[in-house]
Ligand binder design. Structure first.
Ligand code: AMP
Ligand code: ZN
Length: 115
């Protein structure tokens, strides 16, 4: 499949691994918008948040479990943000479900600004 993140999972495109288990892979975002910016993705190809169904939704819990584990390891005690962009208006550029983990900076809150 011609999917950038599937290729990263397969090792065909290099990435800096942060976390991996049977279902989830996490790596450093190549263009960080915060001091800490990781991407958490399912190993199974799901195109985005709009493609989550009763059949595949279990992966979302597994991803958030991985995020909590990494957040504890990285001692993100002052907080962090998890974002998923879905579709054109949200600026999704890679059509493989991914959750951005952002931390290390005090963040504002606006639909028009990332951090
Ligand atoms: P989104 O814009 O929400 O679809 O997020 C896609 C993210 O993937 C962006 O933050 C990009 O910087 C990141 N990205 C794109 N290509 C790579 C890559 N080869 N390795 C790591 N991160 C990437
Ligand atoms: Zn994919």
């Amino acid at each position: 499949m011609d999917c950038l993140f599937c290729k990263i999972i397969a090792g065909a495109i290099p990435s800096t691994k942060i976390y991996e288990d049977e279902f989830v892979y996490a790596f450093q975002d190549i263009n960080p918008i915060a001091p800490l910016h990781y991407l958490f993705i399912p190993k199974q190809h799901i195109s985005g948040a709009s493609a989550i169904t009763a059949e595949n939704a279990e992966i979302v819990g597994k991803i958030f479990t991985a995020i909590a584990k990494v957040a504890a390891e990285e001692k993100l005690d002052s907080g962090f943000r998890v974002i998923t962009n879905c579709g054109a208006d949200a600026g999704q550029t890679v059509p493989h479900l991914h959750f951005h983990l952002l931390a290390g900076i005090e963040m504002g809150w606006s639909a028009n600004s990332g951090v």
